[in-house]
Design a protein around this ligand. Sequence first.
Ligand code: NOJ
Length: 762
Amino acid sequence: MNFNKQIGFLVLAAWLALASCAKKDAEISKTNDPVEARVDSLLALMTLEEKVGQLVQSTSRWELTGPVPAQENAQLLLEQIKKGEIGSMLNVTGANAVREAQKLAVENSRLGIPMVFGYDVIHGYKTMFPIPLGETASWEPELARASAAVAADEAAAAGISWTFAPMVDVSRDARWGRSMEGAGEDTYLGTVFAGARVHGFQGDNLASISTVAACAKHFAAYGFIGSGRDYNGVELSDYTLHNVVLPPFKACVDAGVATFMNSFNEIGGLPSTANENLQRTILKGEWGFDGFMVSDWGSIVEMIAHGVAATPSDAAKLAIEAGSDMDMEGNCYGTSLVKLVNDGKVDVKLIDDAVRRVLRVKFRLGLFDNPYLYCDSVREKERTLTPTNLALSRQIAKRSIVLLKNDKQILPLETKFKRVAVIGQLAADKDSPLGSWRAKAETLSAVSVLEGLRTAYAEKGVAVTYARGPEYTDSVNVFSKEVRINTTDRAGLPEAVALAKNSDAVVLVLGENCYQSGEGRSQVEIGLKGLQLELFEAVVKANPNVVLVLMNGRPLDLSAVVGKVPAIVEAWHLGSESGNAIADVLTGAYNPSGKLPMSFPRSVGQVPIYYNANNTGRPNPGDVFWSHYTDSPNTPLFPFGFGLSYTTFEYSDLSLSANKLTSDKPLTISVKVSNKGARDGEEVVQLYVRDLVGSIARPVKELKGFRKVAIKAGETKEVKFEISAKDLAFYTRAKKWETEAGDFTLWVGTNSTEGLTANFAY
Ligand code: NOJ
C-alpha cells in the first residue's frame, strides 16, 4: 500500500471513529421553497467563517490529481470538516466513503451544510468510453451525450455529485498532452459536443440520483498554451479569444452547466484566476451564469509563482475579486479571506455572492434534502460496469475509429487471410486503451486488440497468432504514471519478423501508452517512439499485407510510415471495449465512419496546424516570397474532418434555396450523396463557409454544420443544412458579435479540403 493510500485509510478510519451525531442548532427553510429563498435564508444564518468554509475545497489524501498538498495533516482536515470549514471535497469516491465524509460535515458542523463531492469523470467512471478526442471523431454528439449520461449514472451511484468535465478547450497543438481530453481543433464541433456532454452529465434534473453537476473547464484559453507545454502562458488576441476559444464555454452555459473551472495559464500576463473580465464581466455578467467557478488545483496560490501575488492572502484577494468562487487545494481562501474581510480589504458582498453560488448548486443537487442522496452502496454495485454500459462503450468505440488509409481495399480483412499475425506490445495491452483520466476503471480491464480479434475469428477458419516484438515501454510507474520508453532492448524483434513472414496478413499495433497523454504530458516529438519504427520497418519488409492500427491520445506525425503500408486505422484509446470495437472494424462487421477532429501534421514543425487559419497576404505559390515552408508542404498529412469508409461516397447536385441570405430567412443548402460501393456505410457530410471580406481577416474555411447519414449500397440521399444570419456572426473589429454584409463561399463535402462549392451573399 502506498503512502497516500495509507493516509487515506487512516483518514477514513478516523472519520468513522470521530463522527458524532451532533444536532445542528439552526433551522433552514423547508424543502419545497424555491432555491433562491432557501439560499437566502441559509446565508442569513451563516457566520463569516462558515461562509468562507463553503469556498474551500480539499482533496482526499488517497487519490491525488495534482501536486501533493502542502497541508499533510489528516487530523486537521477532519477537524476542519467538522467545523464546516470545508465546503467541498474531491477525490473521495465510493458510496460508503462519501457517506462517512458527508456525515462528518452534516452531523458535526453548526449548520450541517452538506459538502459537494467532485471527481474527474472525464470519459467514464468504471465503464470506460473512448477518450473525448476519440469520441469526438464519431461526429455524433448524441453518443457523447449517451456516454456522459452513463458516466454520470455510475459516478452518482458511487457518491459523486459533481464531475470536472467536460473539458471544452479548443486545442490546435498536438504536443499538448491534454488534447486527448477535449473535442479537438474546431470551435463549432467543440461547441456542439460541449453542449451534448453537459446535457449528458446533468440530464434535466440535477437532483436525480443518475445525474451529476457538470463543470466547463478550463476557463480560458488553456488549449493555447505556448509551445504546447502544459501550464505555460498564453498569448492570443481578443478576436481569437472570442471567436475561437469562448464559444464552447458559452454553449455549456446555454446547456445549463452548473459549474465552471478556471485555468492554470495566464493570458498576456494575467492568470485566468485573476481575470475579472473573463469570470465576472463575460461569464457571470454577459452570459448570466449563476453557478460557481472553482479554481483549478492550486491555481490561486500559483499566482505567487506567476509573479502577480506576493502572499497567499494577496492571491486570495485577487482571485475572489476576479470571481473565482471556490479554492481547489490552494489553501488561500481558508487561511486569508476572513481576515481580509475583517480588515476591510475584501468586501463581504463578494464572499456572499460566491457562497450564494455554491449553495445554489448544492440545493439544486438535492443535497440539502438528502445529503446522502448519492451514497447507496447497493446501487453502486448494480449500476457500474453493467453489460448494457459495456455494450454502449463498444458501440461508441467502433464509431470513433477513423480509417486513414486503405489501399487496394486490403480492409476489411473478413476471412480473406487465413493466417493473421497480431504484432506489438500495444496489441496485447489491456490497460492503455482505458486512456488517461480513467477515473475508477479497473487496471487491465480493457479488451485488447488481440483478444478482440481472437474472439471475432473464433471458429471462422482464421488463425490469429501473436508476437510481442520489442517492448515499447520499459516501465510505467504505477503511482506517478511516468512512462519510460524502451530504446535499446531489441529482444522480441526476430520473433515478430519471423511471424510476419509466415503469415498472410499482419495487424501491427503501434502508437502511445495511455500515460503519454493527459495532464502534464506534453511532448516535443509526436511520431512513433522507441523501437516502434524499427519494428515497423522490419515487419513491412517481411510482409506486404500490413494493417497499421494506431492507439494514441493525440495526433501523431505519421510521415515515416504512411507511404509504406497499405492500411492505417486510427483507434485512439477507445475504452473498456477497445479490442472488440477494433475487431469490428478490421473484420468488416462495422464499416468505419469516424472523421478526424484534429489535423495530423506532416511534422511537428508545422504544429500548431489547423484547417481554419486566416489567410496570409501571400497565400499563392510563386517565387520564394510566399507563405510556405521550403522543406515541407503547408498542408497536413491528414486534414481535419478526414476519414475513409469501406465504400465510396459521391457528392452531386449542390443547391441553395437562394443566392442571398437575409436576416429573416435562413438559406437551405441541399446536396445529394450517393453510396457508390458495394457496402452500406455512413458518411459525415460537412458544411464549411468562408466570409470573403471582413472587418478583420476571416478563416479560409469554418465548419458550420455536419450530419452523419447512413446510406445503403447503391442508394442516394439528399442532405440538407440551414444557415441563418446568426450562424455567420463573429466578434468583429467593432468588438461585438455581428454578421457583416458581403460575399460568402461554401463547401459541402467529405472533409475540410474537398467539396462541392457555391457562393451566396448576405
Ligand atoms: C487539475 C486539472 O487541470 C483539472 O482538469 C482537474 O479537474 C483537477 N486537477 C482536479 O483533479
